[in-house]
Design a protein around this ligand. Structure first.
Ligand code: FNR
Length: 339
């Protein structure tokens, strides 16, 4: 089977609603929200670009006939619900022009939407520019995925120049650049390394949802990397880390988002925006496009409810909602000396 098709079918096969560190993040109730629902705005920003909704469809796919159809449906979903959308890594289309239409379908379907192109960390400036041009992208995501590459038999084995390559791309491009993990999370030290490279928009993409060590291991004959199935920092741990790094920079949450309540908790933990991949993909593949549009609309409405309940008129105000932590999240705070 084509590698991109395999990623989709394995992501769906492994997807399940499982316990999460988000279950150990609790809102502290206040009885007087002092807002009216009509005054609430759930808009936000990502890499200085305006978002109508504080969550978006995060990078997934493209590169085959089947994934072209999925991208068309994801782009329709994005258009109908005003979500920003990132495509999967465009690198495959730069090498093989015959699959370019599996990416360009996204712009064709959603001509005025916010679209992010995606390339890997080892990409050159020229490759990044071609990916942007192909999609007429509003921003670029650069993914970092060392564990995935190492478990993938045909993956990269040389990670010496990633930071330099990222710095070069970010300092030259005229559109915003976001660096993202792919479900392994980030520590404050990693985030600081990126800030030192000139990156000011970072998607910590943590563990807890799609696992690319698990997916790549399932593609191996002997499946010898099963011990890495749940490798990485959780999204909540990563967000706590992100809060320890001095501003000004913005962070984005993704990894294991199951529902609107998780989105809200990620915003309350300081994220500007929240990316979702596995949950949307699985819903789309099992329930179809119409049901997935309804799900996204339901999340948008639930977020308005949560903003109202917590007295948050804006996304920025969700950051002041008081929280407390239990279980594994409390332990992480203790281990990393987070107050
Ligand atoms: C991904 N993800 C991903 N990320 C990236 O930067 N470039 C890519 O090409 C892909 N490809 C891809 C394919 C599929 C099928 C899935 C489900 C995911 C990773 C994705 O953007 C995200 O970081 C992780 O999946 C964690 O989020 P979820 O899936 O737990 O919401």
């Amino acid at each position: 089977m084509n590698r991109k098709d395999e990623h989709v079918s394995l992501a769906k096969a492994f997807h399940k609603d499982r316990p999460s560190d988000f279950d150990h993040v609790h809102l502290i109730h206040r009885s007087f929200p002092q807002v009216a629902v009509d005054d609430i705005s759930i808009t936000s920003e990502m890499a200085s670009l305006p978002l109508k909704t504080p969550f978006f469809i995060n990078a997934m796919t493209g590169g085959s006939e089947k994934t072209k159809q999925i991208n068309e449906q994801l782009a329709t979903l994005a258009r109908e619900t005003s979500l920003a959308m990132a495509t999967g890594s465009v690198s495959i289309a730069l090498k093989d022009p015959s699959v370019q239409d599996s990416f360009t379908i996204v712009r064709k379907t959603n001509p005025t939407g916010m679209i992010l192109a995606n390339v890997g960390a080892g990409s050159s400036l020229e490759q990044a520019q071609r990916a942007i041009d192909l999609l007429e992208a509003n921003a670029l995501q650069i993914h970092v995925n060392a564990p995935q590459e190492l478990v993938m038999p045909e993956g990269d084995r040389d990670f010496r120049y990633w930071l330099e390559d990222i710095a070069k791309i970010a300092s030259t491009l005229s559109i915003p650049v976001i660096v993202k993990e792919v479900g392994f999370g980030m520590t404050r030290e990693t985030i600081q390394q990126l800030i030192d490279c000139g990156i000011t928009s970072i998607d910590v993409s943590g563990q807890g949802g799609t696992s690319f060590t698990q997916i790549e291991n399932a593609r191996r004959k002997n499946r010898e990397f099963g011990y890495l199935d749940s490798y990485g920092l959780s999204t909540v741990q990563s967000l706590l880390e992100a809060n320890e790094v001095p501003y000004p920079y913005e962070f984005i949450a993704s990894g294991g988002i199951r529902q609107a309540y998780d989105i809200f908790k990620a915003l309350a933990l300081g994220a500007n925006a929240v990316g979702i991949s596995g949950t949307i993909l699985t819903h789309l593949l099992t329930k179809g496009l119409d049901e997935t549009i309804l799900l996204v609309q339901q999340w948008q409405s639930e977020l308005t409810t949560l903003y109202a309940m917590t007295g948050s008129k804006t996304t920025a105000q969700t950051r002041t909602v008081p929280l407390y932590f239990t279980g594994s999240v409390r332990e992480w705070c203790d281990a990393r000396r987070i107050a």
